[in-house]
Structure formats: structure tokens, C-alpha cells
Design a protein. Structure first.
Length: 324
């Protein structure tokens, strides 16, 4: 789970449940995590763990004073550690990429949340009930982080340098197709789409925005736009979608009896690395140190793990409660 906190949660008003600060121990100035030299201190971990425990108590009715309360607290703490590592790494990658997140950007996103719950007072009440936060706490803890996350996702999606091998392969296929090689045979040989077995044939489809009665299959918007811009027999340039790189050959386009523009086309798909896989590789490359005896960092999976076998088993048994 990439994020622990979700904006939708703040629309629900729940009773405030206090959590004792005495549950949290250790030197508040001690460094509990380092990520590529960036330090996270105990006070940050404690603050975020308390807020998330309050969320789970209020929304999931988890009793941290029950028999297994201390263990459940450790599950929450582990989630918080993971989120803090990923958020810190995301901020570093955003900075390295030269992406600037302005105060205006943050305020615009905050205003959208305020509008979704009616007004600032409603948001303040919801945050206080669910997390014990003010609006400024929410702005500092969540809003900027989510903007950074989305900015990085957009960058990876749009920048061909992150999928250079796939792009170069598609460029070679496009050259073959435009030089006259059989498009269907190229699809059978190279396409990562199941349609490749049928020569890339996608059948008849329409733009979602034109097909108000939902009579036809639809494609994602960039694919639809590229297809309907072609003339019959024409092959597109490389088209990027969330699925990867495509080249499209239009067989025909027309308007049906109800006035809906339709097209028949084939395509070749070369899949690109997903953001999740790309980010995992970045976690694997990062120098992460967890300075808490209960936890360790697994460089292969890019995840915080429990050291104790008993806690690992408890996690398997109870994780679904936190995720539900």
C-alpha cells in the first residue's frame, strides 16, 4: 500500500480517541532512519504512528489496549516506517529530477480537499477527530507528499528515457512497418498484447466521448485520438499510453447509423516498465538504514520487515485488519 492516509477518510466525522504519549519511548532526537543520508528522527516516527493509531482506532475500531494491542501498534509503526522511507525517497527523486512544487501548488490541492468537505472548518474537525491534526498538519504531512508522488508518476510516464530500450525497439518495428513489411506479421512477432496472435486486430471501437449509448468497445484516450487522426491504411507514429508504446494501423473509419464515429484498427504494443517497478528499482538502489532493533530493511523487496519470527507470523494473521 503506497499511502497509509487517504483524503476520503477526512469526509467521515468520527469521535476523537486520545492516545497516551507514554506508549512511545526512546530519545525523541535519535535517528531511526536514514535514506541516502537523509535522517528521520524518533519524534517524527512517534508523531506519525500516534496519528495513524488514532485513525485505526476511530475508523477500524482497533483496540490498542487489548491483549495484542502492543503488537498491533508495531504493525502500524512498520507501515509508518515504510511510508516515511517511500515519501522521503520520492521527495529526493523529485528534487533530483528538477521538479519544483510551489506553495501555490500545495494550496491549490488543499483547496480541492476543503471544497470536497464543504469548508475549512469541516476539514479541521474531521482531521482532529481522525488523526488529531490541524489543517496545517495535513498540508505538511500529506498534501505536498501526494503532489510529489503524482509528479514523479507523470514524469516516468511521459519521459521516454525511463523506457529507452522499449522505445528503441518500437522505433525499429515502426521503421519496418513503414517500409512495407506486413503489419500483421510484425504484430505476431513483436507485440506484447494478446491481440498480437491475431495480427494485432482490435476489431471495431469508438471514442468513449462519442459513444453515449456505450455500443462499442473503447480505448484509452491517447490511443483513441491517434487512431481517429489516421486515414485508412495509414500507420501512426509511436503512441504512448499507460500500457506502453503502440503503433496503430487504421483499417477503416466511418459513422454508424446512429451517428457514432467508429474505427477498425490493428496495433503493436511494447510494454513499458510500470511506475511501481521503476520505483522498486529506486528503493533497491537506495542506501536505507533502519536503526530500530525490531525492524530490518529488505533491499530486494524494498520493504521494512520484522526481525522477530513471531511478529512476522502475527503480521500475516492481522495485516488484513489494517488493510480492510
Amino acid at each position: 500500500m503506497r499511502k497509509i492516509l487517504y483524503v476520503a477518510t477526512f469526509i467521515v466525522i468520527v469521535a476523537t480517541i486520545a492516545i497516551s504519549i507514554n506508549r512511545f519511548s526512546g530519545d525523541s532526537n535519535s535517528v531511526v532512519l536514514t535514506i541516502d543520508g537523509a535522517e528521520i528522527k524518533m519524534t517524527e516516527l512517534n508523531e506519525n504512528t500516534r496519528a495513524n493509531m488514532q485513525f485505526y482506532q476511530s475508523s477500524k475500531k482497533i483496540d490498542f489496549n487489548a491483549t495484542d494491542g502492543d503488537k498491533m501498534e508495531k504493525l502500524v509503526e512498520k507501515q509508518v516506517l515504510q511510508a516515511m522511507i517511500e515519501d522521503t525517497l520520492t521527495e529526493k527523486l523529485v528534487e533530483d529530477a528538477g521538479i519544483t512544487i510551489s506553495e501555490n501548488d500545495i494550496q491549490e490541492e488543499l483547496d480541492k480537499v476543503i471544497e470536497s468537505v464543504g469548508n475549512r472548518e469541516n476539514l479541521e474537525n474531521n482531521l482532529s477527530s481522525v488523526f488529531g491534526w490541524t489543517v496545517d498538519d495535513f498540508k505538511n504531512h500529506v498534501v505536498k507528499s501526494q503532489i510529489a508522488d503524482q509528479s514523479l508518476r507523470d514524469l516516468v510516464s511521459e519521459d521516454t528515457s525511463f523506457n529507452g530500450d522499449a522505445y528503441n525497439e518500437m522505433a525499429d518495428i515502426l521503421a519496418k512497418a513503414k517500409s512495407g513489411e506486413d503489419f500483421g506479421e510484425l504484430a505476431k512477432q513483436y507485440s506484447d498484447c494478446p491481440s498480437g496472435a491475431n495480427g494485432g486486430d482490435l476489431g471495431t471501437f469508438a471514442k468513449a466521448g462519442d459513444d453515449f449509448q456505450n455500443q462499442y468497445p473503447h480505448m484509452v484516450a491517447p490511443f483513441e485520438e491517434a487512431t481517429f487522426a489516421l486515414e485508412p491504411g495509414e500507420i501512426s507514429d509511436i503512441v504512448k499510453t499507460q500500457f506502453g508504446y503502440h503503433i496503430i494501423k487504421l483499417a477503416s473509419k466511418s459513422v454508424d447509423d446512429t451517428g457514432v464515429p467508429i474505427a477498425e484498427a490493428s496495433h503493436i504494443l511494447i510494454k513499458t516498465t510500470s511506475y511501481e517497478n521503476w520505483f522498486l528499482a529506486k528503493k533497491q538502489e537506495a542506501d536505507v538504514k533502519v536503526n530500530l532493533k525490531e525492524f530490518t530493511w529488505n533491499n530486494t523487496t524494498g520493504m521494512v520487515e520484522f526481525v522477530d519470527k513471531g511478529m512476522k507470523e502475527f503480521e500475516k494473521e492481522k495485516q488484513a485488519v489494517l488493510d480492510s
